[in-house]
Every structure is written in C-alpha cells, then in structure tokens.
Ligand binder design. Sequence first.
Ligand code: 2P0
Length: 357
Amino acid sequence: MSSQPIITATCSAPVNIAVIKYWGKRDTKLILPTNDSLSVTLDQDHLRSVTTARADISFQKGDRLWLNGVEEEIGTEGRLRTCIEECRKVRKGMEAKDGSLAKISGLPLHICSENNFPTAAGLASSASGFAALVATLAALYGLKPTLNSSDLSKFARQGSGSACRSLFGGFVAWQSGTEASGDDSLAIEVAPREHWPTLQALICVVSDAKKGTPSTAGMQRTVATSPLLQHRIKDVVPARMEAMRKAIKDHDFDSFADLTMADSNNFHACALDTAPPIFYMNDVSRAIVQLVEEFNRASVAEGKGKRIAYTYDAGPNAVLYAEEKEMKTILAVIRHYFPNTDFDDTFNLLGAGANAS
Ligand code: 2P0
C-alpha cells in the first residue's frame, strides 16, 4: 500500500427503490431495522449523489459539509458525525498498525455533496447521499483493502437505513440482523445487475412537494402504535424475502410483480394503521394502482402474465418496474390516462453500487 496521502476523493452513489420495504427500527441510534428489506439499485444517469471530500491541515474551522451548495451543520453527534467518525476510526487504526501510512485521520475534512435531481422532487436523496459520503470517505482514507462493501454498508446504515443498500448494484438485501451491536445488520448482493439487465424502472413523479411525514418519524410512530406492523414483521416479510429472492433468481416477472405490489400495499396499510394515520399515497397514486391492476388483469386474461409492478415509498410518486420491451407501451398508457401530469419519461436501468461506474 502507498504511504502517500490521498487527500482528495470523489465518489458517486445511486438511488435504490425497495421492493420489500424497510419500515421500523428496533434501535433508532444505530438504525437497526425491524425487518429485512430488498431493493433494486437504479443507474446513475438520472438520480445520483456525487460527493467530494478533502482532508487538509489548513481547514482551521474543523470538519464542514455543503449539500447542494448550502452548508449543513455536522454537529458533535448525529448521523453525519457518526458516518464520518466511523470511517475516521478505521483509518486511525490502520495508521496505528502501519507506521508508513500517512497520518491523515486527524486532519479536518471539507465535504461537498450534490444530487443531480432536485432534493424536493419527493425522491429519496438520503440513500444516495449517505452512500456517496461513506464511499468517498472510504476512498479518501484507503479503507477498501480492510473493509468490503458490506462492512461499509454498516456505516452508511447509520446515516440513513436505506443508504446501506446503495453500496451495491443490482438486487440488494439489507439483513436486519439480530445483534444489539448492529454488527450483522448489513447489505449484501442478491444478484448483480447483469443477472436481469432487461428489468427497468419508470418513475412517475406525481407530486414534487416535500412529504408531510418524514420517514424517520413516521416509521417509529408505526412501530409504537400499529398492530398490523407486528404481523408484517413476524408473518409477512420473512416468507416474502425468500419468495422475492427466488423470483429474481428465476427472472420470474409475474412473481416479482405480485410480491412487489403486495409489499407496497402492506407497507401503506401499516402507515394507515398508525395512530394518527399516515397517508403517503394520494388520488393520483391510487389511480395509477388501479390502472396497473387493470392492465395486468387484461394481460393475464390474454395469457401473457403480469407486465407491470408498482411500488410507492413514503410519498405519492409511483415507481413502475417492467421488462424493457414493455416500457414504450406502458408510457403511452400512462400518458393517455394522465395527459396533464408532467411525468418524468426516462427509463431507469439497473445500476451499479456506490463508486462504480
Ligand atoms: C425503503 N423507505 O425500504 C423504505 C420504504 C421508505 C419506504 O427506507 O430513518 O430515509 O433515515 O433510516 O432510510 C425511508 O427511510 O429512514 C425508507 P432512516 P430512510 O426504502
């Protein structure tokens, strides 16, 4: 390993969209989830975070961070601080072990992060943002020989739960783990993007307003008050994770669609079962559900099986998964029924994980 300090690093990270949803924490500080989740990583052409970090003795005001050009307070504790210090601690340990390594762990950091999509677009930016932060610090500190992507996912997880999944490309599982330390709560690759390269995602931005109930607060209200969530954790998700792995392994779109839509609906039912209830979907979201269900019903009647899967996160925007060959038709149908809605018409391919091109 080189003893020269690499004092600047830039990495990017993609957005991921869960098909088995994360909703609820068993530990809010370490961000340990109440159930496993599984997501699809999108390509970085349309949605990504790019982060640059520099360590420099001349940064006399200490660590600082700018998000889309606006300085954010890092503070002495909290998610940003945790991610930075976790990476720094590993570098410090490496420097203590290997005297030839440049002593950069103690240098102040300046970090700039930009999204290539509007933060207010109602699309999750925390996942790509924290994944890019950890990937960048890992590059700056040369952590990769010591830590693999699953190890780094544990750091990103402490920034934002869903961020751990953006360290990998393709199909990714976040194993909830059982240890109180969080050491086994990490992301793993289920299948690389090359496994199913014809699967694509269409993002229908129904509303670009910021969501009313932020995920972090909303999910803990669900944990505290929803009996349905307990059923979801114990009886629904474990079997669904297994079935989803099999659907992906077999390129079985029909099962993939069934499971994806069922899990989106179950998650939103848990939100509705929360006291007071949380409404993320709106009338347009529900109209898209009805349209997809009708499209699939007609397709099944013709013997073609289901051809579209919808899923909704903590907001009204629809993500539609389909095979590449179906996308033109789907876009035409959506445009026909929603002529006045300015949906993004870009198809998102499956992408690679953080820092990969
Ligand atoms: C998911 N969501 O699996 C689920 C589906 C929203 C609905 O992960 O508190 O922003 O930072 O860990 O990761 C959104 O939650 O929450 C989320 P924190 P996060 O993608």
